[in-house]
Write a protein that binds this ligand. Structure first.
Ligand code: SAM
Length: 214
């Protein structure tokens, strides 16, 4: 994602602590307190400009959502989107690194992890940075409920192939695989910004759902 310098971003982020939680470590093991209910929590790692997580929160009020994004200059667009959607009460954002999830969540905090159009890191020496690398799978398993799920969409065939192997070697159950999501698009599919961009160019979108086995 191209990063533009946005000097106003930090102030805008800090002025909305009700959406971008400033001290998420305080909610580790008790996210129900942040939302005021015991509904399941789904997180998206690498949420980008927030269209997916905002749309999901609006469509599924009985589920809590957290969008996680590393960069100020990107998360401000997600923040604008959340505000434009009248700040759904079941949605929060975190400006943190997905590699640090264990600082903010513990076992059973999360019911599902969404990964959408994650950075492919095509060089073999960068494989560990891919969000579906074994190291990240271990991390997700450590914060998910038993039999928790990962739902993953990408336009990148290499990353998709890598992810299928990585999850399979990890011992996960593959519950759904599509090599062309939009050829038979489920009615409830909520598109991400990248998904709109790539599918408009006629590129196939790959999707999988996988489950940890306890
Ligand atoms: N999910 C969005 C979509 O489909 O439109 C954005 C896709 S973009 C290619 C990947 C996003 O993931 C970028 O905004 C990037 O900053 C974010 N990202 C990459 N690594 C991350 C990490 N370790 N933790 C949090 N966000 C990350």
């Amino acid at each position: 994602m191209r990063l533009r310098n946005k000097p106003w971003a930090e102030e805008f982020i800090n002025s909305h602590p009700e959406i971008i939680i400033p001290t998420p470590e305080n909610y580790k093991g008790k996210w129900n307190e942040a939302f005021g209910n015991n509904n399941p929590l789904h997180i998206e790692v690498g949420t980008g400009k927030g269209q997916f997580v905002t749309g999901m929160a609006q469509a599924n009020p009985e589920i809590n959502y957290i969008g996680i994004e590393l960069y100020d200059s990107v998360i401000v667009s997600a923040l604008e989107k959340v505000i434009a959607a009248n700040t759904p009460p079941n949605l929060r954002l975190l400006k943190v690194n997905g590699a640090d999830l264990a600082k903010y969540f513990t076992k059973n905090d999360v019911s599902r992890v969404y990964l959408n159009f994650s950075d492919p890191w095509p060089k073999t020496r960068h494989a560990k940075r891919r969000l579906t690398h074994e190291g990240f799978l271990k991390l997700y398993e450590s914060i998910l409920i038993d039999n928790g799920e990962i739902h993953f969409k990408t336009d990148n065939r290499g990353l998709f192939e890598f992810s299928l192997i990585s999850m399979s070697e990890y011992g996960m159950l593959l519950k759904f695989v599509s090599l062309n999501l939009h050829a038979d698009e489920p009615k409830d599919n909520i598109m991400t910004e990248y998904e709109e961009k790539f599918s408009a160019k006629g590129q196939p979108i790959y999707r999988l759902e996988s489950q940890f086995i306890s």
